[in-house]
Design a protein around this ligand. Structure first.
Ligand code: HEM
Ligand code: HEM
Length: 203
C-alpha cells in the first residue's frame, strides 16, 4: 500500500478520538511521567520536612491519577476507539491492544499499590492522608491485623517500583510505535491523539 493510499484510508476510514479521550490521555500521561520522576526523587531524599511534604504531594497526585484513570476507563468502555488503519498487520494490532490494556492495568494498579503501601505502613495509624492538605483520604482496611507492617509495606513498595518501571517500558514501546506510524507509515494514527497535526496538514 502506498503512502497516498494510507493517507486516503486515514481520512476516509477513521474518525479521531473524542476530545474527552484526548484530554484525559495527555493529562494522565503528563501526570504519570511527573509522578515517576517525583517518586524516584523523593525516595532518595534524606529524611526531613522536604521529604515528608513530597510524599504527601505524591500521594495526592497519585490518587488524582487513579481517579482520572477510572473515569478514563469508564469512558473507554462506553466509547470504542476508532479502528486502526486497514493495512496494519495482525501482530501490530495485537501489540497495540496489549500495550493499551497494559497501560490501563498499570494506570490503575500502580496507584492502588501506592495506596496499599501507605495503608500497610507502620506509620498508617499515626499519619492520616489528606489529599492536597485538605481532603481526608482513608487507608485501605486490609492491613489492620497484619503483624509485620514494615515488611509488608516494603514488599508492596518493591512491586510499586516494578510497576513504575513497567510503565516506562510500555512508554518506550508506545512512543516508538507512535513515531513509526507518523514518520514511516504516515497513516494519521498520531494525529488522532494530536489533532493539531491534522489541522497542520502533516498527516
Ligand atoms: C500512577 C501513579 C503512581 C506512580 C507512577 C508512582 C511512582 C512511584 C515511584 C517511581 C516511586 C519511587 C520508587 C522507589 O524508588 O522505590 C514511588 C514511591 C512511592 N509511592 Fe508512588 N506512584 C504512584 C502513585 C502512588 C500513590 C497513589 C501513592 C499513595 C497513596 C503512592 C505512594 C508511594 C510511596 C509511599 C512511595 C515510597 C515507597 C518507599 O519509600 O519505599 N504512590 N512511587
Ligand atoms: C505515560 C504516558 C502515556 C500513557 C500512559 C499512554 C496511554 C495510552 C493509552 C492507554 C492509549 C489507548 C487509548 C484508548 O484506546 O483508550 C493511548 C493511545 C495513544 N497514545 Fe498514548 N500514552 C502515553 C504517552 C503517549 C505519547 C508521549 C504519545 C506520542 C508520542 C502517545 C501517543 C498515542 C497515540 C497516537 C494513541 C492512539 C493510538 C491509536 O489510535 O490506537 N501516547 N495511549
Amino acid at each position: 500500500m502506498t503512502t497516498a493510499d494510507n493517507k486516503a484510508n486515514a481520512a476516509a476510514e477513521r474518525p479521531g478520538y473524542a476530545g474527552v479521550a484526548i484530554a484525559l490521555h495527555w493529562i494522565i500521561a503528563a501526570m504519570i511521567l511527573g509522578q515517576i520522576a517525583g517518586g524516584f526523587y523523593m525516595h532518595n531524599l534524606p529524611d526531613g520536612n522536604q521529604k515528608f511534604e513530597l510524599y504527601q504531594l505524591h500521594k495526592s497526585t497519585g490518587i488524582t491519577i487513579l481517579l482520572l484513570s477510572l473515569v478514563r476507563l469508564g469512558w473507554r468502555l462506553t466509547h470504542p476507539a476508532p479502528p486502526l488503519p486497514g493495512g496494519m498487520p495482525d501482530w501490530q494490532r495485537l501489540l497495540a491492544r496489549g500495550t493499551h490494556i497494559g497501560f490501563y492495568a498499570l494506570m490503575i494498579g500502580v496507584p492502588l499499590g501506592g495506596w496499599a503501601i501507605v495503608s500497610a505502613s507502620p506509620l498508617a495509624p499515626s499519619v492520616p492522608t489528606y489529599l492536597f492538605g485538605a481532603i481526608p483520604w482513608p487507608h485501605l482496611p486490609f492491613f489492620d491485623g497484619v503483624e509485620d507492617r514494615k515488611a509488608t509495606a516494603e514488599a508492596i513498595a518493591e512491586m510499586h517500583e516494578l510497576g513504575a518501571f513497567s510503565i516506562l517500558g510500555l512508554f518506550a514501546l508506545h512512543v516508538a510505535a507512535a513515531l513509526k506510524h507518523h514518520f514511516k507509515d504516515k497513516d494519521g494514527v498520531l494525529a488522532r491523539m494530536l489533532p493539531f497535526l491534522k489541522r497542520a496538514g502533516s498527516a
